[in-house]
Design a protein around this ligand. Sequence first.
Ligand SMILES: Cc1cc2nc3c(=O)[nH]c(=O)nc-3n(C[C@H](O)[C@H](O)[C@H](O)COP(=O)(O)OP(=O)(O)OC[C@H]3O[C@@H](n4cnc5c(N)ncnc54)[C@H](O)[C@@H]3O)c2cc1C
Ligand code: SF4
Length: 330
Amino acid sequence: MDAFQFIRAESLSTAAQHGAGAKFVAGGTNLIDMMKLDVERPKVVVDINGLPLDRIVEGPGTSLFLGALARNADVAQHPAVQGNYAVLSQALLSGASPQLRNMATTGGNLLQRTRCPYFRDTAHACNKREPGSGCSAIGGHDRMLAVLGTSEHCIATNPSDQNVALTALEAKLQIQGAGGTRTIPISEFYKLPGTTPHIETVLQPGELITGVMLTEPPAGNKSVYVKLRDRAAYEFALASAAVVIQLNGRRIEYARVALGGVGTVPWRSPEAEALLHGAPADPVTFRRAAEAALKNAHPQSENGFKIELARRCLVRALTTATSSDTSRTL
Ligand SMILES: Cc1cc2nc3c(=O)[nH]c(=O)nc-3n(C[C@H](O)[C@H](O)[C@H](O)COP(=O)(O)OP(=O)(O)OC[C@H]3O[C@@H](n4cnc5c(N)ncnc54)[C@H](O)[C@@H]3O)c2cc1C
Ligand code: SF4
């Protein structure tokens, strides 16, 4: 690991913040791992924990603001989140471990790096780590990697559970930079790998995520997160689905669908949403929506199973969200 400076945000000059190789650290559960593995080598690490960004604020109206430093555990247990944004609480509680959730933050989770094993091992070629070096995952062990949004340069999965729920909730991210504050929908935040897999988001150097704004889905909605993985705890998704559904009788009035574990970015599915809208809430509709969501999936050598797994995951999420049996377990 290179020698680096560790300084607090309050004492930081603007020039230092914009200097090459500066990184913010929040919970540190991802960045410090990356530094130990020699995958990330920031010259300057800026501790943002002293900033007043850990609050969860209700309102105005039907909105909820999650400060970028709000811990995953606090967000998951907050009454407003459990009440109106249940899918987010479920997604957070399905991730990592209680100790990690006590440290991990909303902003850090948004920017956690891929778990692609070749990205994390500097002995292998990786276009995301070293642009232009190649991709060892393609033709290698790709069981955990993506089937949607891939390119011939990178097939890494976005690993987050939180981000899938935030996508189904159409969250907006508040960003502060030298030029001021901007707000962007989460659907415009992540970039597909294309020919530049090292550029993962639209965040500019020095920009800080200050928070996430949520607006309540329509009254009477039900939202559900289903995560399928190799073991029941402490494991990333092979496939996951976040759905927000509102019914009128047995007809679907409102549907938002996002998938995790299968996409290079948290994967919103407008195709599935279009099929669900106005359709009866029944197994035929759910299966058709699942087929549509995975229509453009592109399997690699070991991860073809994820396509059917993701379809079944989405069917299960939709079935649970539209069931009147609230005792049903995920
Ligand atoms: C063993 C283990 C198991 C895990 N299992 C899961 C799982 O099942 N599901 C899941 O979703 N996640 C899982 N995680 C990942 C975990 O959720 C992330 O490590 C965590 O959310 C990162 O948050 P953090 O605050 O610690 O980020 P940090 O490590 O502090 O930062 C991560 C990145 O975000 C940047 N950053 C942080 N805050 C800001 C900000 N406000 N503005 C701009 N940039 C910022 C940092 O510079 C860094 O690049 C697991 C992690 C571990 C170690
Ligand atoms: S899939 Fe992406 S992250 Fe993994 S080795 Fe290839 S380029 Fe690197």
